[in-house]
Design a protein around this ligand. Sequence first.
Ligand code: FES
Length: 182
Amino acid sequence: MHAPDSTQQPDRRGFFKRAFATVIGIVIGLVPIASGLTVFFDPLRRKSSTSGAIRVTTLEALPIDGVPRKFPVVASRVDAWNTFTEVPIGAVYLRRTGERTLQAFNVVCPHAGCFVDFLPERGSFRCPCHESTFTADGKIDNPDSPAQRGLDSLKVEIRGNKEVWVEFQNFQAGHAEKLPIA
Ligand code: FES
C-alpha cells in the first residue's frame, strides 16, 4: 500500500492558479481591444449627411424670365470618419417666375440618374441617356419618356431679400414616387 503523494496537492493548486491568472489576463487584455474597435466602428452608425438649407446663389443671378439655370450645390459633408468642407454635393436648376417666386429642381434624371440638360431652343429639359423630356416646370413632357415621374422639385426660399437657399436632397431613381436617399 502506497502513502498519498504529498507533492501532488500543491502542484494541482499551482496549475489552477496559473490557469485562472491566464484567463483573467486574457479578459483584461480584451477590454481595450473591444473599446478600440467600438471607437473605430462607431462612425459607421452615423449617417453621411449634409443638413438643412444651403445657400446656392443670389436673386440677381436669376432674371425673371422663367428660364431654368443650373447652379452647383456646395456644402460641408460628413461621412463615417471625415468632415469635408465646401465640396460640391450636387446641382440644381433654379427658375424665377416672379419677383419672389422661384422653383428648384434636382438636376438628376428620375429615370436612372443621368444629369438632364435644359435646351433653351426647345424651352424644355432633355435627358441625354434615354431621351426623357420634361417641361420647364419639371413635369414629364413626352408621355413616352421612360422616366416615371417629373423632375424632383426641392424646397427653395429667399433669405435676407436676396439670397437663394435650397433644401438639397437626392431621390431614388426608377420609382414613380419621390423616395429620399438617406
Ligand atoms: S436616365 Fe434619364 S431618361 Fe434614363
